[in-house]
Design a protein around this ligand. Structure first.
Ligand code: FAD
Ligand code: DLZ
Ligand code: SF4
Length: 517
């Protein structure tokens, strides 16, 4: 018999969310295995606030079920509600109300949700029901809310690079006293090589499925049959042990070349030398510092070069912590930002991958198949296209939140709204990440197999990114011309003949008309 059924009354109900799958979490601090009950629930509300990719739901539900099993093995009383249970109340507040009555608890304890939406919902619920809710800070991050606020206070520009240096000092990662290892803080200049297909290309670790995962897969294939994405093949890890093995596999097989090919794209290699660890990290199966310490050790053991190790650590203690800080600093409201007043609906091919643009088709079909695309695909292909085409950033945001297995609003929204769409007007990025086809051609093999010609600037066969790039700059001239980092681009435009300018604009109109139809 599980402890859940023997414990009839509880002191406190501890709510554990689907992305809080850590034993070392603040909600469990000072908890009492004999008197408290942990509640975990698969609920329709969380599974449908955006139309999540099937693999994302399957990963999270299976990881939740495995975590509940682990907690029980550790002696905790766990009430686990499955999506198809008769007494599933459909939302976290309703489930809490139901369980408080069942167990007769007086108080709810939880770690702060990662999303503003859910935090507000639960705070309003506790207020309206007059239930004591002890919501604790999420300590699974390196930078606290207070530290980020203090860092941001009084700064005109919140640049990641300076924040990152603070995090290096705080953690001591790759530090020699007060100085950075190797004498430089950042080795990004060495990390921009295009890649070539290679027989020995590593692949992320594939985990064998067990009976729990099989049950979840059949639930997802029935209940979420209309959601975006392929459910099979399903090889994500679903436990902390799986995630630690995936980390080890990455360090040994891909880390040494992570830096060199970080920005490269290949049609047949969705993962290249990336770690595919964000889904585990964001769900709580791995901790940021343990990943960074393992990666740092690879450098000191002589197993990986500094450009790879520094680049990787920067993504986690720099970018990841920084975007979380921005999210909580700027919410509510950040997800509604629309600096360019872009109104175009998201083109249908973001859901079907049916487009002649080979780079877009590759990024979207990999997203559909794996609930994954790497950073440069997200930023410079699907994100770049949406911004150049003037797609409503909120629609772009909801797409990204739905389609990636690692997507939670706290990390997704600053990356989409701020970094990729420049919809916050430059809080996060010093200039829009806008690029013509030339960038994609340099960093990938996509253009070789594309129906469009990347070298053609205008006309029906021209790469659509080429005219869209100039059209975007001119459409938004009033907002962008003053940006010093775009001075060169505007001067180039000014030097073009009126005929050439007209050809760019009319080619762009044809592309945009094609999207509308
Ligand atoms: P790797 O390339 O191996 O990088 C290592 C780790 O660094 C990642 O696992 C991740 O934890 C961290 N990281 C790297 N870049 C970032 C970043 N910009 N912000 C935060 N963490 C970072 N990341 C998410 O975790 N969830 C998202 O929903 C998400 N949405 C994104 C949307 C856009 C438009 C862009 C441009 C980036 C987004 N990212 C997101 C950041 C990044 O693309 C993913 O973290 C990365 O692709 C995940 O794959 P990986 O684990 O193989 O990462
Ligand atoms: C993303 C997600 C999904 C799909 N389903 C659940 C769920 O059924 N139960 C749950 O507790 N959490 C789920 N989550 C994760 C939450 O939405 C997540 O906690 C918030 O996004 C806050 O980060
Ligand atoms: Fe993409 Fe343009 Fe290259 Fe085609 S030609 S793959 S649309 S960048």
């Amino acid at each position: 018999m599980t402890k859940e059924t023997t414990l009839k009354r509880c002191e406190r109900l501890i709510l554990l969310l689907g992305d809080q799958l850590s034993l070392n979490i603040s909600s469990l601090r000072n908890a009492d295995k004999e008197r408290d009950v942990i509640l975990m629930a698969e609920v329709a509300d969380e599974a449908s606030y955006v139309p999540h990719h099937k693999k994302k739901i399957a990963f999270l539900f299976s990881a939740m079920r495995h975590h509940a099993k682990l907690l029980r093995q550790e002696g905790w009383a766990v009430r686990y509600v499955q999506l198809d249970d008769d007494d599933n109340a459909g939302s976290l507040p309703n489930q809490l109300t139901h369980e408080l009555e069942q167990f007769g608890c007086a108080k709810v304890v939880m770690t702060e949700p990662g999303e503003f939406r859910l935090k507000q919902t639960l705070l309003s619920w506790s207020k309206s029901k007059d239930i004591a809710l002890d919501m604790r800070e999420d300590e699974r991050f390196i930078c606290t809310h207070a530290e980020f606020q203090a860092w941001a206070l009084g700064r005109k520009q919140l640049r990641m690079e300076f924040f990152y240096r603070e995090m290096r000092r705080k953690t001591g990662l790759l530090m020699k006293g007060d100085a950075p290892e190797g004498g430089k803080w950042n080795y990004d200049a060495e990390n921009r090589k295009p890649a070539k297909g290679d027989l020995f290309m590593p692949h992320p670790r594939h985990t064998m499925r067990d009976a729990i995962t099989e049950d979840v897969l059949s639930l997802v294939s029935t209940r979420f049959s209309n959601n975006f994405g392929a459910l099979e093949p399903f090889w994500f890890g679903v436990t902390r042990t799986d995630a630690l093995l995936a980390l080890e596999h990455f360090v040994q097989s891909a880390l040494p070349l992570f830096g060199d090919y970080q920005d490269a794209m290949l049609t047949d290699e969705p993962f290249l030398y990336h770690s595919v660890l964000a889904l585990y990290l964001n769900a709580g199966l791995l901790e940021p510092l343990e990943i960074c310490r393992r990666v740092e050790r690879a450098f000191y053991d002589g197993d990986a070069p500094l450009n790879a190790v520094e680049g990787y650590i920067r993504q986690i203690i720099g970018w990841r912590e920084y975007v979380r800080g921005i999210y909580w600093l700027k919410m509510p409201g950040y997800t509604e930002a629309n600096f360019f007043d872009a109104q175009r609906p998201l083109p249908a091919f973001y859901w079907t991958a049916q487009t002649d643009m080979a780079c877009m088709a590759a990024a979207i079909s990999q997203t559909r198949d794996h609930a994954y695309a790497h950073h440069i695909q997200r930023l410079m292909v699907t994100g770049n296209f949406a911004m150049l085409a003037g797609v409503d950033p909120h629609e772009v945001h909801e797409w990204y939140l739905a389609v990636y297995a690692d997507a939670y609003e706290w990390v997704e929204a600053p990356n989409v709204i701020g970094m990729s769409q420049f919809a916050d007007g430059g809080l996060l990025a010093s200039k829009p990440y806008a690029a013509s086809g030339n960038y994609i051609n340099k960093m990938s093999d996509h253009c070789q197999g594309c129906r469009y010609d990347v070298k053609q600037k205008t006309g029906a066969d021209a790469c659509p990114f080429n005219p869209l790039y100039w059209d975007f700059l001119i459409r938004n001239e009033a907002k962008l011309r003053g940006n010093p980092r775009l001075g060169h681009a505007y001067r180039t435009w000014d030097r073009m003949s009126p005929d050439k300018q007209h050809a760019y604009r009319s080619s762009a109109s044809a592309v945009l008309d094609g999207l509308s139809s």
